[in-house]
Design a protein around this ligand. Sequence first.
Ligand SMILES: [Zn+2]
Length: 328
Amino acid sequence: MTTKQTITPFQVELTAPDISAYRASNVGIDYVTRYDSGKPGPHVIVQALTHGNELSGAITLDYLFNQNFQPTCGVVSFIFANVAAYQMWDPANPDGNRYVEEDFNRVWSDEVLKGPRDSVELRRARELVAYIDTADYLLDLHSMSAPSAPLMVCGVRPKGGQKSINLSAKIGLPEWLMVDTGHANGLRMIERGAFGDPNKHNTAILLEAGQHWEKACEQIARETTLQFLKVTGVATAEWGDSRCSLPALEQKVVQVTEGYAAKSLDFQWLDIYNGLEVIEKAGTALAEDAGHTLRSPYDNAVLIMPTRSQRFTVGSTMVRFGRVESIA
Ligand SMILES: [Zn+2]
C-alpha cells in the first residue's frame, strides 16, 4: 500500500513522557496497571496510546500516576495500548508513528482477533482483549490531525451510542458529542462486545482532545479523565473537581450520516478546514480528488475530523458529515 508522506504543517508543543516505569504490570500484561480499592464498585479503564503519536493520553496517565491516584471504590486500570508505535515517536516526524503495521483501533471484531492474521497491533490487541472486556466503563484517549474543537466519539446508535452520550453528558465535557456509523474498515474498541450492546450497562467513550500536539490537548484530556473518574464513582467529587478548571459547556450531539474515503493520493482540500464547520449550502465544493469534486451532501452539514494529516492512503476516511441534534 502506498502512503503519502510530506512535511506536517503543525508544531509539536507537547513533550512525550517517558513511560518505561509503567511497563511493570500487576496483572501480567506489560503497561497495564490495576488499582483495586478492595471495595465493591465498577471496573473503570482509562486507555492511552491507541495511536502512537497521540501524546495527550500518555501525558494524562503519567499525571494520574504522579498524583498517586487511588480509587475510592471498585477497580481502576490504566493501559498504555500501542507502546510499540509510541516507542517510534520522533518529534521531527510526528505523523510517522500512528501505528507500526496497522491501525490498532480497527482490529476489535472477534472475527479479526480470532482470525489467522498477524501484526504488531493484533498481537497487542490479543493480549489486551480479555482484560478490556471486563470493563464496566472505558475511556479511550485520542487526538486529531486537525485543530478541531475537542469531541467525544460515542459509538453507533442504536448500539452503544446512547449509553455513551448519557455518560458524556454526566462528564459535561467536551462540548461536542458525536455518534457515527462506525468504520467500514474495522471495528473500534469502543464498539466491541458489551460496549456495543444497548441492553448491557458497559459503556465506552473515545475522546478526541484536539490537534495531536497542541498544548490545549493536555488540559482537555486530563480534565475529561478526571471527570470520568468522578462520574463513574471511583474518585470523589472533591478530588476530581479540585484538579479541574474548564468551564461547563452546553453540549451538542452531532449524528454522522456518511464519510468520504480518499480515491487517490492527490486528494486536496479547497480551503482550510479544521472540523465542526457548518457548511450552509448543499453542493458546496470542498475538495478535489482525482478529477472528482467532494461536495457537501445537504444544507448545514457539519464537517467532522477532516484529515489534515499528510499520511493517508487510498480508502482513508478524509472527513465525515453530520447533522446537529439536541442532546435530549
Ligand atoms: Zn486516535
